[in-house]
Design a protein around this ligand. Structure first.
Ligand code: PLP
Length: 438
């Protein structure tokens, strides 16, 4: 920062705000790769100028030009209580005045770990990380050490962050040969997984899956599917890693494991458990977890792991989520939105499949049910783009990609959801009209 810049922001608290309003996405592109720090924010899948946001509160966000939107991106999942929940804001304020970074274990780490272990039956011990990606990498490393094997079985369309092993085949710059150890099966097809496990089970360290897929749009597991994978893992003596970074504390306080009764050997958490602050976590039974350093020989550490601000926000968030009927409200609001969006599309004669689990949902522009990655990929992306851009013009922010989930929070009022539904009905009608003219 220049001296002049430093002086300006010291003199008037609003100076930073005024400066931020003067920044355009073109300027962002000059100093940030693609104008973003995470690719989906660049709006490549829907076109148009990417939005930049400057404020958020409750269910609303404000862009850098001062325009307001009903938000259904919701930070990509971490905010079931809405933006700036008062209890989380209070906890952060208090923590800031008592030291931002401490450098040794502090009580809130214990509190947050207890809240997690108390809610999820398969977790006795927790290790916090700074991101979900890091937690997934650590879980895989732990599984490889525990089993003494190298292969991992993953599923098409699932996302586990950007660690090398879990990105095999999906990025340049990975070591050649990595792909040989990262096997892939179609989601929701237990026989396909069975075939791979029967052939290569002796080499497989872990089966890693999102129990509710949320990164190819929302795709719920078929009935019995996760139990089938649990049985396969047992048969192969491999670990079952359930990546509940999205579903944990979203679909219920016990995550997808609580809903299905299928227990993971290792659970990966993130997003919600940090109350909006950066976080990830690996949890499991003590026998496995204690292979991590310093008890064991599997290294993981981090300057910011267990960050006091994150822990304070996480404790406040998970405590608030224990409140009466939070998950009922999330379920009701999710259902209202999903039904309204589906009905509006039906009236307009636009074929869609609305997949939903609790408060997360995806509108697939597809004539066939979407239960796998191939079907999600085959949905009409151009139509989705017109819908997303139409919604934006009506003051509703949906994720700028057909492969992401819309997230509803407790802060979304029924009136706001009805506004979203009305906007979608109009946009769906215009899509139908456009198709008729073509
Ligand atoms: C977001 C996500 C991750 C990665 O978490 P980051 O904090 O973004 O690194 C991992 N797994 C799933 C299922 C996710 O949705």
């Amino acid at each position: 920062m220049t001296m002049a810049g430093a002086r300006r922001s010291r003199r008037a608290p609003s100076a930073a705000g005024r400066q931020a309003r003067g920044v355009s996405f073109d300027e962002a592109r000059r100093v940030l790769v693609g104008g973003v720090n995470s690719p989906v924010r660049a709006f490549r899948r829907v076109g148009g100028e990417p939005l930049m946001l400057s404020r958020a509160s409750g269910a609303m966000v404000t862009d850098h030009r001062g325009r307001r939107y009903i938000d259904l991106i919701m930070g990509w999942g971490p905010l079931p209580l809405g933006h700036n929940h008062p209890a989380i804001v209070r906890a952060l304020r208090r923590r800031i005045t008592e030291g931002v970074l401490l450098g040794l274990t502090h009580p809130a780490e214990v509190q947050l770990a207890r809240l997690i272990a108390g809610a999820m039956a398969s977790i006795e011990q927790v290790r916090f990380t700074v991101s979900g990606s890091e937690a997934c990498m650590t879980a895989v490393r732990l599984a490889r050490a525990w089993t003494g094997r190298r292969k991992i079985l993953t599923f098409e369309g699932c996302y586990h962050g950007h660690g090398d092993a879990l990105m095999a085949g999906q990025s340049a710059g990975l070591p050649p040969g990595l792909a040989a150890d990262t096997l892939s099966a179609p989601f929701n097809d237990v026989e396909a997984a069975q075939r791979i496990v029967r052939e290569q089970g002796r080499d497989i360290a872990c089966i890693v899956i999102e129990p509710v897929a949320a990164n190819m749009g929302v795709i719920p597991p078929r009935s019995g599917y996760l139990a089938g994978l649990r049985a396969l893992a047992n048969e192969a003596e491999a670990l079952l890693i359930l990546d509940e970074v999205v579903s944990g504390f979203r679909v219920g306080s016990g995550g997808a494991q609580g809903l299905t009764g299928v227990a993971a050997d290792l659970t990966v958490l993130g997003k919600i458990i940090g109350g909006g602050m950066p976080i990830g976590a690996v949890g499991g039974r003590t026998a496995i977890m204690r292979r991590l350093a310093p008890e064991g020989d599997v290294y993981h550490g981090g300057t910011f792991a267990g960050h006091p601000l994150t822990m304070a926000a996480g404790v406040a968030a998970l405590s608030a989520l224990q409140g009466a009927s939070v998950y009922e409200r999330l379920e009701q609001r999710g259902a209202r939105l999903a039904e309204g969006l589906a009905e509006g599309a039906r009236q307009a004669g636009v074929p869609v499949q609305v997949n939903r689990v609790g408060s997360m949902l995806t509108v697939f522009f597809s004539t066939v049910p979407v239960e796998r990655f191939a079907q999600a990929k085959a949905s009409d992306a151009a139509r989705f783009a017109r819908w997303a851009n139409g919604m934006r013009a009506h003051g509703v922010l949906v994720p700028p990609s057909p492969m992401e989930a819309l997230f509803v929070s407790c802060a979304h009022t029924p009136a706001q959801l009805d506004q979203v539904i009305r906007a979608s009905r109009k946009v769906m009608r215009s899509l139908r009209a456009a198709a008729g003219e073509a």
